[in-house]
Design a protein around this ligand. Structure first.
Ligand SMILES: [Zn+2]
Length: 400
């Protein structure tokens, strides 16, 4: 039986509930990223209050620091990090690309070199599932081998074939029960390879399936085409997770294609740079225009930053280097994407998703055309990773 109950449909978009051992996730869902077992600067109660049902933690980073033994002794991630809701753990496959200078892959396993102290961590597909189970993830991910945007077809096909073999090995050692195991389909940027990979992963009867290897710098229309090709081959009754995506337009485009779950570091990473995500685009609070602006960030937003503080105050916090500014913007940005998903769920439920999407996009376009507030240029980590960064060029650096 699928852990997903679909409650409503509108075209290919659907809304539902995903059952996990630590509660339900309302879908479509945005998952804030807690790479190091914390959604940066936020207390778990605050994350929940922002509307998040589930958080993502990164098994690779946590295995390196502080180590799985300690987290297991603490009673697992839920008790270690004080979050009692659902947790999805990421296997580390993405780091095989993003940290490709310090990783190596052979048929049996992936080898990571710790950026903290240089120690080697060798992880087989079986290890990846075992480590995530010891961490206590409610949803654990197969170890996969994505490829970078621009890789040649031979490389992409070989990595996809290895991803399939690794998926079967992960499936083999997963004990089942109430811990869910998600497969990941790949296929590079070739439609027939994408479709074949989705079919192969679907055949292994996972609890859910992620569409991997996209949003790595490719054009948006290609990303959408590859996603549609993948989704067409996936079982309707299983949750579908698009790995790493965080702008309003992109999220809604993927919801329209039938994706149920997303994650991205964008809300907290943008917050660190002083950028607020709003229905009218990004507000860059360092700009002088906000010096005397006593309006809230977003009128009607229920988050603590908007309920209690003005744009001028938030700008002041950033100008003065006060960490409360980062915290308040993180709260707001997580609340913004959670509210976007809540809006999508409601719209799908009443059969008005396309209208909701059109209205949301038109408002963003309007702000863009006015040129007054939307500004994508202020956050260098977003647009182009700094030299020496381990991100794939053009990505949102989804795993931090
Ligand atoms: Zn707000």
């Amino acid at each position: 039986m699928s852990a997903l109950t679909v409650d409503g449909r509108d075209g290919a978009a659907r809304t539902g509930r995903l059952r996990t051992a630590h509660g339900e996730v309302r879908t479509p869902a945005f998952m804030p990223v807690g790479t190091h077992a914390t959604v940066k600067s936020l207390d778990p109660d605050e994350v929940r209050a922002c509307g998040a049902d589930i958080v993502l933690c990164n098994a690779y980073h946590l295995a390196l620091r502080p180590g799985v033994d300690l987290i297991e002794r603490a009673g697992g991630l839920h008790s270690f990090m004080g979050w009692q809701g659902p947790i999805l753990t990421d296997s580390g496959g993405f780091q095989l690309v993003s940290l490709s200078r310090v990783t190596a892959v052979d048929e049996d396993a992936a080898t990571f070199v710790s950026p903290y102290d240089g120690t080697r961590l060798r992880v087989s597909p079986e290890d990846a599932v075992g480590l995530q189970a010891r961490l206590g993830g409610d949803i654990v991910m197969c170890l996969d081998q994505p490829v970078a945007w621009g890789s040649d077809a031979t490389t992409a096909l070989a990595a996809t074939a290895r991803t399939h073999r690794w998926a079967a090995r992960c499936r083999e050692v997963h004990p089942g029960g109430d811990r869910l195991l998600f497969g990941i389909c790949q296929g590079g940027f070739d439609a027939s390879a994408r479709a074949a990979s989705a079919r192969k992963i679907a055949s292994l009867d996972f609890d859910g399936i992620a569409v991997g290897g996209l949003s790595v710098g490719e054009p948006v229309d290609l990303m959408e085409a590859m996603t549609a090709t993948s989704v067409a081959e996936l079982p309707d009754d299983r949750p579908r997770y698009f790995m790493g995506l965080g702008t309003d337009n992109e999220l809604l485009a993927m919801v329209a294609l039938g994706i149920d779950m997303f994650d991205c570091v964008a809300p907290t990473r943008l917050a660190r740079t002083g950028a607020a995500m709003t229905p009218d685009g990004r507000l860059v609070l360092r700009r002088a225009a906000f010096r005397d602006d006593l309006r809230p960030l977003v009128e009607g937003c229920p988050c603590p930053a908007c309920r209690r503080f003005s744009r001028a105050y938030l700008r002041h916090l950033f100008a003065a280097g006060e960490i409360l500014g980062h915290r308040l913007l993180s709260l707001h940005n997580v609340a913004h994407l959670s509210a976007l998903m809540a809006g999508a769920r409601n719209a799908i439920g009443r059969g008005g998703f396309e209208s909701f999407r059109a209205t949301t996009e038109a408002r963003l376009r309007g702000a863009d055309a006015s040129g007054s507030e939307l500004d994508d240029s202020v956050s260098p980590p977003y647009a182009s990773p700094p030299a020496g960064s381990a991100q794939i060029p053009g990505t949102l650096g989804r795993r931090g």
